[in-house]
Design a protein around this ligand. Structure first.
Ligand SMILES: [Fe+2]
Ligand SMILES: [Fe+2]
Length: 235
């Protein structure tokens, strides 16, 4: 920290004492913010590793989610005036979008065949469970006040919402769905389509983009977000 003054001899002994005190306070505030973010990130990393132990999403899917989300956000940076910090948060938190699946029983989560409608509603509770998990972690570490908390909570809580209100958990629509969630949703569907599943072959990038475009046409997904993904992939 550096102090300067246009006035000559501005730093009297008394002022120097005051400045020293302020400097210490500022240093403490900065250090505790850094520590808060550090502990959130290490908890997130531990949870992510733990989530990888279950089969519901492969580590590769989680890594790709991080990469796709960052690529989309980077391409939206100018038009949406996104900060570098926000893009980094997306990268770090994207792999946690399905963390709530930890509590869904294997018999349902890993069922190879078609799900009944009851089973589907059990799976859908992963959104609510994820938000509960994140709120618990944040309050245990007293991290609720940091701005990263909202990005994390939003992307877990709204990653199955569609712009036309036809998604879950809350049936939010349009601008009620935060940008971070709109980005995650596009990345997640794209990755699901282009990945191999027990019941389907991987789709080609072109077919997956066509399908996403169709969903955007129906008013479910955000076209600008999707176009950024398209631009990144075709490049
Ligand atoms: Fe999900
Ligand atoms: Fe996913």
């Amino acid at each position: 920290m550096f102090y300067d003054s246009f006035e000559k001899n501005a730093f009297t002994d008394a002022i120097q004492r005051d400045l020293l005190l302020f400097s210490n306070l500022i240093q403490m505030a900065v250090a505790s913010e850094i520590m808060a973010i550090d502990s959130l990130l290490s908890t997130a990393a531990a949870a992510r590793d733990f989530a990888r132990l279950r089969d519901f999403e492969t580590g590769m899917h989680l890594d790709r989610m991080a990469q796709f989300s960052r690529l989309i956000a980077k391409n939206l940076q100018e038009s949406h005036q996104l900060s570098d910090e926000y893009i980094e948060q997306l990268y770090l938190f994207a792999p946690l979008h399905d963390i709530g699946k930890i509590v869904i029983p294997d018999a349902i989560l890993l069922k190879p065949g078609r799900l009944t409608s009851e089973e589907r509603s059990v799976i859908q509770t992963h959104v609510e469970k994820g938000v509960q998990w994140v709120d618990k972690v944040l309050s245990e570490y007293s991290l609720n006040a940091i701005s990263d908390a909202d990005v994390l909570r939003n992307l877990i809580g709204c990653h199955h919402e569609f712009l036309d209100g036809s998604g879950y958990q809350n049936g939010f629509s349009g601008d009620d769905i935060p940008l971070e969630a709109r980005i995650i949703t596009v990345a997640d569907i794209f990755d699901a389509l282009t990945s191999q599943r027990p019941y389907k072959k991987p789709w080609s990038v072109e077919d997956a983009i066509d399908e996403l475009r169709r969903m955007a046409g129906e008013g479910k997904l955000e076209l600008p977000v999707l176009m950024r993904l398209n631009r990144v992939l075709i490049k």
